[in-house]
Design a protein around this ligand. Structure first.
Ligand code: COA
Length: 320
């Protein structure tokens, strides 16, 4: 039996930072950021943490589904910006929600994290290992940015999105995932250096580094192929898809995917203008926004797709 999304939730930090405000911090302009990316503002955490936003998004998803925390038996959090190395974000979310019956763990598949989490939840359900899963993407990416590097810091934001998934007759129709580790150094953030009595290391803490053009080329080539493959596996023609909800990295990437697939931009809702790129949280936050606008009806076919560091990608076709 497949898994079906029965509720969504999200949480964005209270503080927003416009492109104009960024002009005061780095050598950039509102015009450059809008032209090259479509982004106008992003939310940045001040009081919020990856855990607090993930818990809030999870609560909102439970409320949206009309479900209780004790029904959850699996919590998966996709994140690259956990507050702590351990315990995991998912374990802290379990505690924050009082979801005492859930097994909980984090995964790192960067901007495809939500799609990978959904695939794991689906596999657990097909194996009879879970009935109700909370899949979350949660990020405080602002902690991983070099705020002097205009090539990266203008792109990203903070936030969390969640989906409550239940084992049901219909739901996820297909899932496609991939990884290209050979090209992974195009988008990096190093951990602390080895530092022990045998290997003293004074290296400074590292931040996000990106070969933007390489990542751009990867995205416009890989994402349409992954979506086509997922549609083929689901035996659903692209014309039947109500919405394609893509990772919100750059409006030009989304326009290129729409063009390659021969589908109009109205089929590709976006929120990157207000949120920027929130890695694993982008897709579930967008899904929640579309859901709460009332734009989805039971039975609609939708596509979700994520891509990013790894390099990784994932696409899913599902019945709402
Ligand atoms: N403000 C002003 N100028 C900037 C800038 C900024 N924030 N960032 C870069 N520039 C400059 C560069 O220094 C360069 O100047 P130069 O020509 O004098 O050397 C110029 O703009 C062009 O830089 P380039 O990196 O070639 O721009 P681009 O058109 O490729 O756009 C990205 C840059 C990052 C917007 C684009 O490559 C992109 O979106 N890549 C994908 C990134 C992504 O999605 N990452 C996350 C994946 S999950």
């Amino acid at each position: 039996m497949p898994a079906r999304i029965i509720g969504t939730g999200s949480c964005l930090p209270e503080h927003t930072v416009s492109n104009r405000e960024l002009e005061k911090w780095v050598d950039t302009t509102d015009e450059w950021i809008r032209d090259r990316t479509g982004i106008a503002q992003r939310h940045l955490a001040v009081e919020e943490t990856t855990v607090s936003m993930a818990v809030r998004a999870g609560k909102n998803a439970l409320e949206n589904a009309g479900a209780d925390a004790d029904e959850i038996d699996l919590i998966i959090v996709g994140t690259v910006s956990a507050d702590m190395y351990f315990p995991s974000t998912a374990a802290q979310v379990q505690s924050g929600l009082g979801a005492d019956n859930a097994v909980a763990f984090d995964i790192n598949a960067a901007c495809a994290g939500f799609l990978f989490g959904l695939a794991i939840a689906d596999a657990y359900m097909k194996a009879g290992m879970a009935e109700t899963a909370l899949v979350i993407g949660a990020e405080t990416l602002s902690r991983l940015m070099d705020w002097q590097d205009r090539g990266t810091c203008v792109l990203f934001g903070d936030g969390a999105g969640a989906a409550l998934v239940r084992r049901q007759e219909e739901g996820i129709l297909s899932l496609v995932q991939g990884t290209d580790g050979k090209s992974g150094m195009a988008l990096t953030c190093h951990n602390r250096p080895v530092n022990n009595p045998l290997a003293q290391n004074e290296a400074a803490v590292d931040f996000t580094r990106m070969d933007g053009r390489a990542v751009y080329k990867f995205a416009v080539k890989t994402v349409p192929c992954a979506i086509e493959k997922a549609l083929e596996q689901a035996k659903i023609p692209a014309e039947e898809i109500k919405y394609f909800l893509l990772h919100q990295a750059n409006i030009r990437i989304i326009e290129s995917v729409a063009k390659k697939m021969g589908r109009p931009m109205e089929k590709f809702p976006t929120n990157l203008q207000k949120c920027g790129n929130i890695s694993a949280a982008s897709v579930p936050i967008l899904l929640d926004h579309v859901n709460r606008e009332g734009s989805l009806s039971r039975g609609d076919k939708i596509v979700l797709a994520g891509f990013g560091a790894g390099l990784t990608w994932g696409a899913a076709v599902l019945t709402w």
